[in-house]
Design a protein around this ligand. Structure first.
Ligand code: PLP
Length: 494
């Protein structure tokens, strides 16, 4: 399997090379030259595999330059009991009208752990395979959850440094505290005066800055990415959608070959793109439902074919989706255009120059596989409250956005297809909103709210969120976006 850029750079890379590169030199994203079929004779095989085994088969189908022993080593280390509190790694739980795929039982309590607990293993294996003699510095812009998951995954991994940039005031108190208390000799955390889009754009600019990269190379450092622009993030996420279909079969929610819907609370379009790949590989999917919060640029896009970033940016109670420029949409456009790099590059040029583009009819046709909807702050909290009262099931704010959009979808279409909702975070990460939604008395801060929710619901507090308040704060820097490159240089060379 080879990977190439969405924007026309003709070189074809192996999986290991694409993971090391992160983003293509022409600013494109790496995509598989062909989407492979499921590595099974029969869908019935899926429920018989444990999560680590299934992940090995799916990820190994894309990254077939890794030997079976290398891939087994990566998946068994990543999806171990030390890293995941749930014995099945990703439980599928029925609540009300839908099945919730709980992707948040990893060490940082968000779905980002699914990919970021394996990425360091894929990357260090790639360094050995490619005889990489530079240190790799991972740059990560975060809307809250990627940062901590990347820090946790890369802390003290030999041969690596990691720099994380998060928007000041744009993440929850728990998310921020998780990041600024991170230990490790190679970790660097910065608050940015700006929002996630500013941080992500600056990170992309740093990757593109040739003289800066040349300076770093001379100092023995090569940059790579832990954002979902890295194909090493995306591919591991495909595995859990395949797994979810196996669990739907096992729980007799569907018969073999019957389709499911998949609902994904979406920001950067990475998670839902993984679901799209799973369907292209052969998982029977009726609709991919893309749920946004008040930053509903994707809803509008899916309904009109026009992507337009000229709009207000809102800070919401689902901060990990407060995004207006969804990077991974580029990969979808590339595929829907018939793997056409020229078309993709032209659309992305429109985005970079005019902040807007409109897709041609062929791509719009492909977008019909998706349904887009959104949910505002108030309805997010109402959904959490109603779900808990009616079914005793606790959702976080992002999952609640997905659930509300799913309810709207059913009301609009009457579609009764059995549906899997990607449940992307522990409710405790967004404790103040969740506490309010449950009608609990307001705590004086997010940490008291955690205790309140625990007392009221009995849902266990994830290990990674216990005693956060007592940990020493190790990272205090607040910088301007234009100073990010200099901060990276200092962090990795001094
Ligand atoms: C990152 C994140 C999302 C959005 O996922 P994308 O892959 O960026 O679309 C949704 N929910 C939570 C809790 C997240 O951390």
């Amino acid at each position: 399997m080879r990977f190439k850029s969405t924007r026309g750079d003709a070189r074809e890379l192996t999986g290991a090379q694409a993971i090391l590169q992160g983003i293509a030199p022409d600013r494109g994203l790496y995509v598989p030259v062909q989407v492979p079929s499921l590595p099974f004779q029969d869908l019935d095989e899926i429920p018989s595999l444990s999560y680590p085994e299934l992940a090995r088969r799916i990820i190994g189908t894309f990254f077939d330059d890794y030997t079976e022993a290398e891939m087994t080593d990566c998946t068994s280390k990543a999806y171990s009991a030390a890293n995941f509190e749930a014995p099945e790694v990703v439980p599928l739980v029925k609540a009300g009208p839908a099945w919730f795929l709980e992707l948040y039982h990893g060490r940082t309590a968000a779905f980002k752990d699914m990919a970021l607990s394996i990425l360091p293993h894929l990357l260090t294996t790639a360094m050995r395979k490619e005889k990489e003699d530079h240190k790799i510095c991972i740059l990560t812009a975060t809307s809250g959850d990627t940062g901590k998951a990347a820090l946790q995954g890369f802390a003290d991994v030999p041969g690596t440094e990691i720099c994380v940039f998060y928007p000041t005031g744009g993440v929850s108190q728990v998310q921020q505290r998780q990041m600024v208390t991170q230990e490790g000799q190679n970790v660097h955390v910065f608050a940015i005066e700006g929002n996630f889009d500013d941080a992500q754009t600056c990170v992309k600019n740093i990757f593109e800055n040739e003289s800066f990269n040349a300076d770093l190379l001379r100092a023995g450092v090569r940059l790579s990415s832990a954002n979902s622009i890295n194909v090493g993030r995306l591919v591991p996420q495909i595995a859990y959608y395949v797994y979810s279909y196996g669990q739907m079969l096992a729980q007799r929610a569907v018969g073999k070959g019957d389709p499911i819907n998949i609902v994904v609370p979406t920001g950067n379009f990475g998670n839902i793109l993984a679901a799209y790949y799973a369907s292209r590989m052969g998982i029977p999917v009726h609709k991919l439902i893309c749920a946004s919060n008040k930053n509903k640029v994707l809803t509008d896009f899916l309904r009109t074919g026009v992507y337009d970033t000229h709009r207000d940016f809102y800070t919401t109670n689902s901060p990990s989706m407060d995004i207006l420029v969804s990077s991974n949409l580029e990969r979808l456009l590339y595929h829907l255009a018939g793997n056409d790099p020229e078309e993709t590059a032209a659309l992305m040029a429109g985005l970079e120059q005019a902040g807007r583009y409109e897709v041609p009819g062929k791509i719009r046709e492909g977008l019909k596989a998706f349904y887009g909807g959104y949910c505002n702050v108030e309805d997010t909290e109402k959904s959490i409250g109603a779900m808990y009262r009616e079914n005793g099931y606790l959702m976080d704010t992002h999952t609640a956005v997905a659930y509300k959009v799913y309810r709207d979808y059913v009301e609009e279409t009457g579609d009764q297809t059995p549906t899997v909702i990607a449940s992307t975070a522990s409710a405790y990460k967004f404790a103040p909103s969740v506490a309010r939604a449950l009608g609990l008395p307001e705590g004086e801060n997010g940490f008291r709210d955690i205790d309140e929710i625990h007392e009221a619901t009995g849902v266990p507090i994830p290990k990674g969120l216990q005693n956060l308040e007592d940990k020493p704060i190790l990272h205090k820097a607040v910088i301007r976006p234009e100073d990010m490159a200099e901060a990276v240089r200092r962090a990795v060379t001094e």
